[in-house]
Design a protein around this ligand. Structure first.
Ligand code: ADP
Ligand code: MG
Length: 730
């Protein structure tokens, strides 16, 4: 056993960083070379087919069969020229990760051989066997059919030798079975609502696009050490392991020099990402040892999210090439920082204005404030839904720990924007303003850009922070599909903007209030109403928990409880009204989340039980036997007095080991019984509650005894790589 452990270490120490060969000298030369982007479409498509696709991308028009055929021919020609032999519809089912089923281009030819073929039909729609994807009961087994349908807004690309076509995944009845369908609907909802509000300020605005810039955190672990840890292999996190004496106390990893092996891995990933048109820009060491981050330049949200999923896939594949494994789990190691995926989110108009970017004059600043205030109100009203969208079995370990946003939602605006809102709250009164008051207010509003430019105050403890020209939603887990959070965020903002418009129009139409003043008045109401969610202080502090409670903000850490927010009548109404998810889709989705939660805890419980009984208990007993032998020999050789003195410490150790072993065995048995009882509960919501409240605590309890044993059992005998090896050997 011990030998295996050291062999794994030895293997690791002998590794050499891979040499990287860049495709070309300049990234700009090969960026997007494997993407069927506009430049390639122009080359491979007829003018009318090109127009059909670009219209679909820009204006959401549909592409008819004839055009689809033409596009398919062009795509096929390009793909085959670039080495593709297969094509696939690529989608985001409600599992962790993406799905693809490759088909070769070949069909029978007329002379008994085969020819390469691809058609508009195959491009536009396919029917994968959907019965094994989770649907939460939407798709009854008698109607197991599911369809994938082409999403022309996210360009096709070549992955190895397969032409990969991004698609949505829906049931026979048109219900969404994936993340992308409702994401596209939510983006459409926010587009519509934001456009209408923007028209108060600029009639030329005809569409608004949501942007996403994700920051992906991850751990890199050597493959040999990873393989020696069944818990990492099967659950993505360590279920046991005593803290290393040194970990992140000295903050000496964050932004430090990137280890060469890791750097080579990153270069290789970037190389592949660039070919696929993913604009990766930033790489750095994160806070925890062996923790790193990648971030791209932001893009349109749907495309950016496809790119994030693709990137996670590339990272996993390239990691193997470099004899690493990636951990995307939110909390792979107890006691040190976990990983998140910040979502930087903003809205830009077709006229090129970012509505979260303070403008150059009072008018555009009023637009800026309108969007900031409405977003704040949306987060306030939707705090429970936002939490439900990001809380999972794995992310629950991270949230509320002292390194990640708490499970209380709040919005950080920075003191300058906050002061501005305070000013508006005081200045605007629900009567006609005097011209002087109006001028003063406009002057103040006009000052925002200077203020923000030298505003360096960056709060890292807020789950939802304004960062100068965007909001950064930081509570998202590193393993998540961003769509889960983006669906909720964009739906909430769309809904709030709609309400805002109704309120403003009412003042204008019914009371004859002038537009600007009507906007001021409604904003004032919202500023007052949403005040409890505005918080610029330390989100990790104990005081905030108390303060938040006083303010009436919710604080939920349990996944099953958090998920209930989705099914409240207000929520089902909201998603239906915005056309994002109908009630049955929503129910199905929540069902899937409950199932996933139960299964993840169930797997962890099984793995822990196996490791405790197969790895830990035998090792501890072996060491205990050694000590017992030793005590026997002492007794044979030494005088009773001398024996007494020498044996007492050893006997204590023997008892201590005995105690931990008995506790592990007893707790494992109790855990198994609890699971058996829980598994009999028909209703998955109730089952999830028992798993959360009763099964989960055993994981910590058992681990505690194992970690204590790790400290006393002979190091040579310990069968698993320890934290200090997993995190520091490079
Ligand atoms: P940080 O200091 O938080 O690490 P960075 O400047 O590295 O921030 O940016 C993080 C992410 O935010 C990047 O993906 C970046 O492209 C994105 N980002 C920048 N501006 C915007 C914006 N207006 N809208 C959306 N994302 C943005
Ligand atoms: Mg950031």
């Amino acid at each position: 056993m011990a030998q295996f452990r050291f062999k794994a270490l030895e293997e690791m120490l002998n590794r050499k960083p891979d040499e990287i060969v860049r495709e070309e000298n300049l990234v700009s030369d090969y960026f997007g070379m494997l993407v069927f982007d506009k430049a390639k479409m122009k080359k491979y498509l007829s003018r009318e087919a090109y127009k059909a696709v670009t219209d679909a991308i820009e204006n959401g028009t549909t592409i008819d069969r004839k055009m689809a055929d033409q596009v398919a021919q062009g795509m096929k020609a390009w793909a085959i020229e670039n080495g593709a032999t297969h094509y696939t519809h690529w989608f985001h089912p409600l599992t962790d990760g993406t799905a693809e089923k490759h088909d070769a281009f070949i069909v029978h030819g007329t002379d008994g051989g085969v020819i390469e073929s691809f058609s508009g039909n195959l491009l536009s729609q396919q029917e994968p066997d959907a019965s094994s994807f989770p649907s939460g009961g939407i798709r009854q087994t008698f109607e197991a059919r599911g369809y994938t349908a082409w999403d022309p807004t996210s360009p096709a690309f070549i992955s190895e030798t397969t032409l990969t076509i991004p698609t949505i995944f829906i049931s026979y009845t048109g219900d969404a079975l994936d993340y992308k369908t409702p994401l596209l609907r939510a983006l459409q909802a926010v587009n519509k609502a934001a456009t209408e509000v923007c028209q108060y300020f600029d009639k030329n605005v005809t569409s608004v696009q949501a942007n996403l810039g994700w920051e992906q955190e991850y751990f890199l672990i050597d493959e040999a050490l990873f393989m020696a840890r069944p818990d990492l292999m099967l659950t993505g996190r360590t279920l046991m392991g005593h803290a290393s004496s040194k970990d992140q106390q000295l903050a000496d990893h964050y932004f430090s020099s990137i280890p060469t092996r890791a750097n080579r891995f990153m270069q290789d990933v970037e190389n592949e990402a660039y070919k696929l048109g993913i604009p990766v820009k930033t790489r750095h060491n994160e806070v925890a040892p062996n923790q790193f981050e990648f971030a791209p330049i932001y893009e349109e949200a749907n495309l950016a999210n496809d790119h994030n999923q693709l990137m996670m896939d590339i990272m996993q594949k390239i990691a193997r090439k470099h004899k690493f494994r990636i951990l995307f789990h939110e909390k792979p190691f107890a006691g040190i920082n976990g990983s998140g995926k910040h979502n930087n989110w903003s809205l830009t108009t077709n006229t090129g204005v970012n509505v979260y970017q303070p403008g150059k004059n009072p008018k555009s600043n009023l637009q800026f404030l309108t969007f900031v205030v409405n977003t704040m109100q949306a987060v306030y009203d939707g705090q429970d839904l936002l939490r439900a969208s990001i809380l999972t079995a794995s992310n629950a370990h991270r949230l509320g720990a002292n390194e990640a946003p708490p499970s209380i939602l709040s919005v950080f605006l920075g003191s300058e924007v906050s002061n501005m809102l305070d000013l508006m709250e005081e200045a605007v009164v629900d009567r006609k303003m005097t011209p002087d008051e109006k001028t003063a207010l406009k002057l103040n509003i006009g000052r925002i850009p200077e203020i923000i430019l030298d505003n360096t105050d960056r709060n890292r403890t807020s789950p939802f922070a304004f960062t100068g020209n965007r909001f950064e939603f930081r509570a998202i887990g590193s393993s998540a599909n961003n769509a889960s959070a983006l669906i909720v965020l964009n739906t909430l903002v769309a809904n709030q903007l709609q309400k805002f418009k109704v309120a403003v129009d009412k003042l204008i139409d019914n009371k004859g209030v002038k537009k600007d003043e009507a906007i001021f008045q409604v904003l004032k109401e919202l500023i007052i109403k949403s005040k409890p969610i505005r918080f610029n202080g330390d989100g990790y502090s104990e005081e905030w928990i108390k303060e938040a409670k006083k303010r009436g903000l919710s604080n939920v850490n349990s996944v099953p409880e958090a998920l209930e927010a989705y099914l409240k009548p207000d929520s089902t109404k909201l998603f239906a009204k915005q056309g994002v998810l109908n009630e049955s889709e929503l129910r199905g989705r929540v069902e899937v989340e409950y199932e996933k939660f139960v299964m993840k805890i169930q797997i962890e419980a099984r793995v822990l039980a196996d490791m405790a009984i197969n790895h830990i208990v035998p090792t501890a007993v072996e060491y205990q036997t050694m000590l017992l032998e030793n005590v026997k020999h002492l007794k044979d050789i030494f005088s009773p007095e001398e024996y007494e003195e020498m044996a007492s410490g050893r006997l204590e150790l023997i008892r201590e080991i005995g105690h931990h072993v008995s506790e592990i065995k007893a707790k494992r048995k109790a855990m198994t019984e609890t699971r058996a009882r829980a598994n009999k509960i028909e209703d998955v919501h109730q089952r999830a509650k028992v798993y959360n409240g009763e099964v989960r605590p055993f994981l910590d309890d058992i681990r505690d005894h194992i970690d204590k044993l790790e400290l006393i059992v002979d190091n040579e005998k310990w069968p698993l790589p320890k934290y200090r090896e997993l995190l520091f050997v490079r």
